[in-house]
Design a binder for this molecule. Structure first.
Ligand code: FAS
Ligand code: PHB
Length: 389
């Protein structure tokens, strides 16, 4: 088998890239380790930057997003029993859209199937060969048979635990990592969201986030110990802890109910450089990870896809390789700004085990400065709604 581009990974990065390439007549096959149902069972991001929305519109998969997504013109920041609003629309002219990553992925799969584009699920032992040559190819096992696909390029969209990043030799790769001494315990519940905007809350007991998927589906997170397991938390214990971390007047109107999903995500900042090695290009979580505080994970994957898609399009349509040659440098410029914002916002709102009283005073002063200073709010809003591509 031969295609122009092999895309490893059938998450949002791989599917968005595949859909954009398909619309330009560039043939790509997606190799996915899991089943489609498994991919769609993962509950992850919830907030889309305008840039990502534009990418989904360009891919022709934004119709349901615009019908069912929630336009949010700002967010709430709560600390102790106080809460203030940051007005994205007034400060930047731009909103964000709340629409779950699961739905984005579902829309992309539906479009891919409608287009008759090839996705191979439940592949095993994927290996990339000759990435630093002019004739790369990918091998994988499916139902006990080894297969080979020859191609022009390989897009590594296989997430943090994938094979693509590991294919780049250690002597070539530079990795930067910061781990956080806590995780996020998240639940999904068929309850009415407690507020019509997201609430990012900092309290002496730790961070909490009140989010949503629709008018009857809420998504909540609380900072938890790395040693915690979802089974350690009953629904009631979660609700009681969440109420302790958000302002009293909000807690009083919190609608509780059974969790339909409960999981813990570790927090990590991670970047690998370069994001290209020969004819292998890394996209999304395969190249970088952010703590979810700033809602940048999925959205930074989208800007990687924007750069790579346009580089490939110009290669095939204009014989121009500048976009591909500049891909890593261009993508990393935006990646590091997303890393910085996510790291800063996580440091602002979470409680760290080794924090000194002085550190706490700095956090309080930082939050108060964000509350009181318009230029700080504008800088926050510009980062949150998404820096330019
Ligand atoms: P993904 O990891 O989504 O997709 C990679 C795909 O590649 C997967 O389907 C995987 O099965 C497949 N794969 C892996 N290895 C393979 C192989 N060898 N062969 C074939 N296929 C392979 N971001 C936010 O903005 N907000 C959040 O709240 C948030 N919560 C998160 C919670 C968790 C637990 C995780 C892990 C991430 C979270 N993220 C969040 C970040 C997340 O949304 C990612 O940024 C987003 O999924 C990136 O998409 P992809 O790059 O496609 O990677
Ligand atoms: C979510 O709704 O899952 C969500 C929203 C904003 C974040 C992280 C997660 O920063």
């Amino acid at each position: 088998m031969r295609v122009q581009v092999v895309i490893i990974g059938g998450g949002p990065s791989g599917l968005l890239l595949g859909q954009l390439l398909h619309k330009q007549g560039i043939e790509a096959v997606v190799l996915e380790r899991k089943t489609k149902d498994y991919v769609l069972s993962r509950i992850r991001a919830g907030v889309l930057e305008t840039g990502m929305v534009r990418m989904l519109e360009e891919a022709g998969v934004a119709e349901r997003l615009h019908r069912e997504g929630f336009v949010h013109e700002g967010t709430q920041i709560a600390f102790d029993d106080e809460m203030f609003h940051i007005d994205f629309k007034a400060l930047t002219g731009t909103p964000v859209i709340v629409y779950g990553q699961t739905e984005v992925t579902r829309d992309l799969y539906e479009a891919r199937e409608a287009a008759g584009a090839k996705t191979i699920f439940e592949v095993e032992n994927v290996a990339i060969h000759g990435a630093d040559s002019d004739a790369p190819y990918v091998t994988f096992d499916k139902n006990g048979t080894e297969h080979r696909i020859d191609c022009d390029f390989v897009a590594g969209c296989d997430g943090f635990h994938g094979v693509s990043r590991q294919t780049i030799p250690l002597g070539v790769r530079r990795e930067y990592e910061k781990t956080y001494p806590f995780g996020w315990l998240g639940i999904l519940s068929r309850t009415r969201p407690v507020h019509d905007e997201l609430i990012y809350a900092s309290s002496p007991r730790g961070f909490a986030l009140c989010s949503m998927r629709n008018e009857k589906l809420s998504r909540y997170y609380i900072q938890c110990a790395l040693s915690d397991h979802p089974g350690d938390w009953t629904d009631d214990a979660f609700w009681q802890e969440l109420k302790r971390r958000i302002p009293e007047e909000v807690a009083e109107r919190l609608e509780t109910g059974p969790s339909i999903e409960k999981s813990i995500a570790p927090l990590r900042s991670f970047v690998t450089e370069p994001m290209r090695w020969g004819r292998l290009f890394l996209c999304g979580d395969a190249a970088h990870i952010v703590p979810p505080t700033g809602a940048k994970g999925l959205n930074t994957a989208a800007s990687d896809v924007h750069y790579l898609y346009n580089g490939l399009r110009r290669h095939y349509q204009d014989g121009d390789d500048e976009g591909l040659d500049r891909y890593s440098e261009q993508a990393l410029l935006r990646v590091w700004k997303a890393e910085r914002f996510s790291w800063w916002f996580s440091g602002l709102l979470h409680r760290f085990p080794d924090q000194s009283p002085f550190d706490l005073k700095m956090q309080e002063a930082d939050i108060a400065f964000l509350r009181d200073n318009e230029s700080q709010q504008r800088a926050f809003a510009e980062n949150y709604v998404g820096l330019p591509y």
